[in-house]
Design a protein around this ligand. Structure first.
Ligand SMILES: [Zn+2]
Ligand SMILES: [Zn+2]
Length: 389
């Protein structure tokens, strides 16, 4: 659709306003760039985006730091399907550069250039039945950062870019200017998902004094451990990697265990107070899902959050679940309130928990493929991607 003549003015940032419907065209010098991924084995290609048209409610954000999620690694390996070509990346912190008419933060306050923000993984319509049921992450017209095929007009759709075109319907959360970007970049994925997982659990079982079993000590599992500990739970973390178990112990776990030694898991649970009433499955392993379901005590709740790519079916002992009055909840992504809580958790508690150590190596945006290889090799929970380097 043509929205009238566009005036090109000098940068940075050059902004021109057209008559209603109000579209703000932004031209930066140098032009924003995005890393485009096409298929496994093929390096990313950088594309320049000389003009960004901001519709009402949109914002253009300059990325300070993005982090590589496990799902980015799975996609580039070809383990999960993705509409290509696309710009990956959905965990990042940045600063607002320009705003469309009426762009607001999640609290309803106007967004202003210079503001440091994180934003939700999804943009939702706010009007469909699913949005109306409080599940905006499953909006019938949902658009997901780092997950959409490259289209003209929304090239800056993922975090592996110098800038992201944040669309109306996205929950944008202003964050502290004082924190290291490495603390804030993961907030919009793993941290907010961990908040959502514990929100789902605590709707069934109060966390205070509960034994909580966390399976998988990645970003979600480690963050859930710290959050549940803060809420008064006694957390047992199961992970095959000794370094991750040590990280979990520093994140509040009262005991840890190796899943390949079931007696160790039992001993760890015993030392924490017995059968768990909450199990957070954050590994995606079918064996871990089965373990979560079988170990729960009477009235317990299993929150399944890690199973986001196809895996073998999990055997289900229905009689056992019935007799133990077990609740099973699936949690995928999160609602805006979880992102707000995640940002406030990191701001308040980064001194108490080793959140700063979640991001290890950093690469420049142009070295994204090397960063993905580092992330695939394991080690640090997250690898950072810094456009400014
Ligand atoms: Zn992620
Ligand atoms: Zn909707």
């Amino acid at each position: 659709m043509t929205r009238g003549p566009v005036r090109v003015v000098a940068a940075p940032p050059a902004v021109s306003r057209t008559a209603p419907p109000e579209v703000v065209e932004v031209r930066l010098d140098p032009a924003p760039t995005a890393m485009v991924w096409s298929e496994p084995g093929r390096p990313h290609e950088s594309v320049a985006v000389p003009s960004v048209r901001l519709a009402p409610g949109d914002a253009l954000v300059e990325v300070e730091l993005a982090t590589i999620c496990g799902s980015d690694v799975h996609t580039t390996r070809g383990d999960r399907s993705a509409p290509t070509p696309l710009v990956l990346g959905h965990e990042q912190v940045g600063r607002v550069v320009a705003v469309g008419a009426g762009a607001v933060a999640v609290d309803g306050m106007p967004l202003v250039p210079g503001q440091r923000v994180v934003w939700s993984l999804t943009a939702s319509c706010g009007a469909c039945a699913t949005c109306g049921r409080g599940l905006p992450q499953k909006c019938e017209r949902v658009r997901k950062y780092g997950h959409e095929r490259l289209v003209h007009g929304w090239e800056l759709s993922g975090g592996f870019a110098s800038h992201v075109h944040v669309r109306a319907g996205t929950a944008v959360v202003p964050v502290s200017d004082d924190l290291d970007a490495a603390l804030l970049a993961p907030v919009s994925c793993g941290t907010a998902t961990a908040v959502a997982a514990l929100d789902a659990a605590s709707a069934i079982v109060p966390l205070r004094d509960a034994v909580v079993l966390v399976l998988g000590a990645g970003l979600i599992g480690l963050t859930a451990t710290a959050l549940a500990t803060d809420a008064g739970a006694r957390v047992v973390v199961v992970d095959p990697d000794p370094a991750r178990r040590a990280f979990a112990a520093r994140s509040g776990a009262v005991a840890t265990a190796d899943p390949s030694a079931p007696h160790d898991v039992e001993r760890a649970l015993e030392s924490a107070g017995g059968a768990p009433l909450v199990a957070v499955e954050a590994s995606g392993s079918s064996a871990a899902v089965a373990s979560a379901l079988t170990r729960l005590g009477v009235g317990g709740v299993a929150v399944l959050v890690g199973s986001v790519s196809p895996g073998p079916a999990v055997p289900l002992d229905a009689e056992s679940l019935v007799r133990r009055l077990v609740t099973v909840r699936g949690v995928h992504n999160y609602a805006p309130r979880h992102l707000v809580a995640a940002a406030r958790f990191v701001e308040r508690r980064h001194g108490a928990w080793p959140l700063a150590e979640l991001v290890g190596d950093e690469v420049a945006l142009g070295d994204l493929d090397a960063g993905l290889a580092l992330a695939a090799a394991g080690g640090a929970v997250r690898v950072g991607v810094r456009p400014g380097r």
